[in-house]
Design a protein around this ligand. Structure first.
Ligand code: SAM
Length: 287
């Protein structure tokens, strides 16, 4: 029954009534296709009663899909006009879901906690604003350690990057940092025409199965600093790229030997576990 979700005509009517002019700056592309919404909700394996956090609910296309599946939803929207209208949209399309829905009018990048009694979210499901998709994703993974899984729609190229493995041309900082938190897979493609306005690129769905235990006792900031250093100078060997991170080229070489990694490799050849071992080795080398 599509009357519980937003189709193209509903989006047009809502946008007109609210006098919304979607901005590129905020990545405002709204899903106008109920089939795509149901596919995202199905792929995310949303269960009744689960608390889901959504970034950028917009006019409510995906929010209504999550509520239809029986979830409790906390949605974080930066645009006050959109945030202000959401409760009315939920009430209009799925009045029985009123008590399971809450909206926070805030910049998701600056969010520090969620209000309310729903407890920590078990999943993040979102059609992310494309210009901030990676930073906002990493922020939420860090902010909510209780997350079990994440299903996000991002631009196709970013989907590939997030799920890339060592050795691949597009493997980089987003791939390694995402792998710090989760097992990451690209799970689908979505065409640009399910959006209004249609963006210039196609999209992809990315699924994260979050780790239940940290991969190392070394600090995340230390590991992330090593990742940033290794990829800041992609063409350099690890020995050279990690020299200021370690203190000197010799110390970098010591850390790499201690971690069992060839210092002539480049960052693009090693995975998050290798970076974790390098950071562990730094503690020992420094001691
Ligand atoms: N979820 C809706 C859908 O599927 O139709 C809208 C998705 S649209 C790609 C991204 C949404 O994120 C927009 O509503 C935009 O206003 C919002 N947004 C952009 N930057 C944001 C930020 N920093 N924090 C929270 N929301 C943001």
């Amino acid at each position: 029954d599509d009357s519980r979700l937003l189709g193209a005509a509903d989006i047009r009517r809502l946008a007109e009534r609210l006098d919304i002019r979607p901005t590129k700056q905020l990545g405002q592309n709204f899903v106008i296709d109920p089939n795509t919404v149901r596919r995202i909700v199905r792929t995310a394996r949303v269960q009744p009663g689960e608390h889901i956090v959504e970034i950028g609910p917009g006019l409510g296309s995906l929010t209504l899909g999550l509520l239809e599946a029986g979830a409790t939803v906390t949605a974080v929207e930066i645009d006050p006009k959109l945030a202000g209208e959401l409760a009315k949209t939920v009430h209009g399309y799925q009045p029985e879901a009123d008590g399971r829905f809450r909206v926070v009018n805030q910049d998701a990048l600056r969010l520090q906690e969620l209000p309310g009694e729903a407890g920590p979210p078990v999943a993040l499901v979102a059609n992310l604003p494309y210009n901030i998709s990676v930073p906002v994703l990493l922020h939420f993974l860090e902010l909510f350690p209780q997350l079990e899984r994440v299903l996000v729609m991002v631009q196709a190229e970013v989907a590939d990057r997030l799920a890339a493995a060592p050795g691949s041309r597009i493997y980089g900082v987003p791939s390694v940092k995402a792998a710090w938190y989760a097992d990451v897979k690209r799970v689908g493609a979505v065409g640009r025409h399910v959006f209004w306005p249609a963006p210039k690129v196609d999209s992809g769905l990315v699924s994260f199965t979050c780790r239940t235990a940290p991969i190392t006792s070394a600090s995340r900031l230390e590991v992330f600093a090593a990742i940033d250093a290794a990829f800041a100078q992609r063409r350099k060997t690890l020995r050279s790229a990690l020299s200021s991170w370690a203190g000197s080229a010799q110390l970098a070489e010591d850390c790499l030997r201690e971690a069992g990694i060839d210092h002539r490799l480049r960052g693009e050849a090693i995975d998050v576990h290798d970076f974790a071992r390098i950071a562990e080795a730094k503690q020992r080398v420094a001691a």
